[in-house]
Ligand binder design. Structure first.
Ligand code: B12
Ligand code: SF4
Ligand code: SF4
Length: 378
């Protein structure tokens, strides 16, 4: 069977196993990406979550010797919640980004790619394959762009004609030759809506992100969140969708045919207060299947505290005092102090003063002092 015939068969199989979009490219090095990754590292824009070895990232043969082709796939995920529960005074809610709705996409895409790889091996028994989703060495976006899945938007997301940017990406490298597709071309034109809408100015120029300033990244950090960003976080518990929700290419785009990505509204828009006292076990049981739980419960709890401060939720004061006084984690005590300072009031101020008398950790004491100033000024 020649490459073109193989490709046709793979495309038909992909459809059968529920892959929404498939594209093909060569395993040639990603030359342009090399410069971009280098610049991102040099300027301190990288998140640190990506593979640090640039050569591994741009040369597919580092992942699979004698690589010849890459098969890129995309799966669409929903952008809207049916009957979303509403935040109400005293019962405020946080939000997980859409890429964390439903089952963890890593498993779902990997499973489909593994089925596709098995099929290729049926057709070409000597074929070798390497499957990747997010955590692999390659840039999933650079692969998708070159394989014609979608163009690289100014917000850095891959945007497909059919599903907008609400797609997960993954790929399979193989040593089998498959004719490449045409790379996607820019569809943003003069638009700059995402750049203007980004709350932290993290899109430093069209297509280039300073991940260190991106809320999606900041929600995943484990330490204290720099003060300047706390008020920008809003009620985000994990990730940030702003530069995608504002994008005109996503207007009216909502695909919920992938059963695995159906969100449970109570999980993706949970009440904030119950999150504060969750045990590790409860957290794992409730959120363990979501991709947004990969950093554990601490960042989510820290962000929940910030969200309560953002809403100035008076009814959260007793919970926040409890954390300030008794939580063993300095980041949680210090962030609770910040939230109490923001909410203000006599009970908050008194608790902060009391905590100041017994707190040992320098960084928490600094937060308490600032919070007392804030409570006083407010
Ligand atoms: C590290 C990482 C992050 C970091 C950094 C993101 C970033 N933009 O670099 C953080 C934590 C911030 C993040 C956030 C998100 N991520 Co993320 N992330 C990754 C990861 C693991 C590596 C990305 C990377 O290498 N970045 C470094 C840059 C330099 O590389 P790159 O983005 O791949 O480069 C492309 C473009 O950015 C562009 N580019 C880069 N530099 C420059 C410079 C110029 C001048 C120009 C014009 C273009 C350009 O060229 C490349 C080809 O398209 C990938 C998975 C993977 N292995 O690739 C997922 C991935 C990119 N993330 C994904 C998702 C869904 C998200 C979020 C939407 C989740 C959320 N809702 O919070 C946000 C989006 C934030 C944003 N504006 O990008 C999806 C993207 C799907 C899509 N449709 O594009 C991926 C592909 C995971 C997956 N397999 O589905 N992510
Ligand atoms: S994900 Fe949020 S913070 Fe990051 S670039 Fe987009 S709008 Fe800005
Ligand atoms: S908002 Fe505009 S510039 Fe940004 S990604 Fe969408 S189309 Fe491109």
């Amino acid at each position: 069977m020649n490459g073109a015939e193989l490709k046709q068969k793979l495309m038909a199989k992909a459809k059968e196993i529920g892959i929404d979009k498939i594209g093909f490219t060569t395993a040639d090095p990603f030359i342009e990406l090399r410069e971009r990754l280098k610049e991102s590292q040099d300027k301190g824009y990288a998140s640190g979550f990506e593979e640090p070895d640039i050569e591994k990232r741009v040369r597919p043969e580092h992942s699979l010797p004698e690589a010849k082709s890459i098969i890129a796939i995309a799966l669409a995920y929903p952008s809207k919640l049916k009957n979303p529960p509403r935040s109400e005074p005293g019962a405020y809610r946080g939000i997980f980004c859409r890429a964390s709705w439903g089952e963890d996409y890593h498993h779902v895409l990997r499973e489909k790619l593994t089925l596709l790889a098995a099929y290729l091996q049926e057709l070409v028994p000597k074929a070798r394959t390497q499957v990747m989703v997010d955590t692999g060495a390659l840039s999933d976006r650079a692969v998708a762009e070159r394989a014609g899945i979608g163009w690289s938007g100014k917000n850095t997301s891959i945007i497909t004609e059919e599903f907008g940017s609400w797609v997960y990406l993954g790929e399979m490298i193989t040593d089998v030759y498959l004719p490449p597709d045409t790379p996607a071309t820019d569809g943003c034109g003069d638009c700059t809506i995402c750049i203007d809408a980004c709350p932290t100015g993290a899109i430093v120029q069209a297509g280039q992100l300073n991940a260190q300033a991106c809320i999606a990244y900041l929600t995943q950090t484990k330490g204290f969140l720099a003060e300047a960003y706390r008020t920008k976080l809003g009620n985000r518990l994990y990730g940030c969708d702003t530069c995608q929700t504002v994008c005109p290419k996503n207007r009216k785009i909502h695909f919920d045919h992938q059963a695995a990505f159906q969100p449970d509204p109570e999980k993706v828009k949970p009440l904030l207060k119950p999150l504060l006292h969750m045990s590790n076990r409860e957290f794992k049981e409730k959120y363990g299947q979501m991709s947004g739980s990969w950093r554990g419960k601490k960042p989510i709890q820290r962000n929940a505290i910030i969200a309560l401060g953002h809403f100035k939720d008076q009814t959260a004061i007793p919970d926040l005092i409890e954390l300030l006084m008794n939580d063993p984690r300095p980041v949680i005590r210090g962030t609770a102090a910040w939230a109490l300072g923001r909410i203000g009031g006599q009970a908050a101020e008194e608790a902060l003063r009391q905590a100041k008398g017994k707190e040992q950790a320098e960084e928490v004491l600094r937060e308490i002092d600032k919070a007392l100033d804030m409570a006083h000024a407010g």
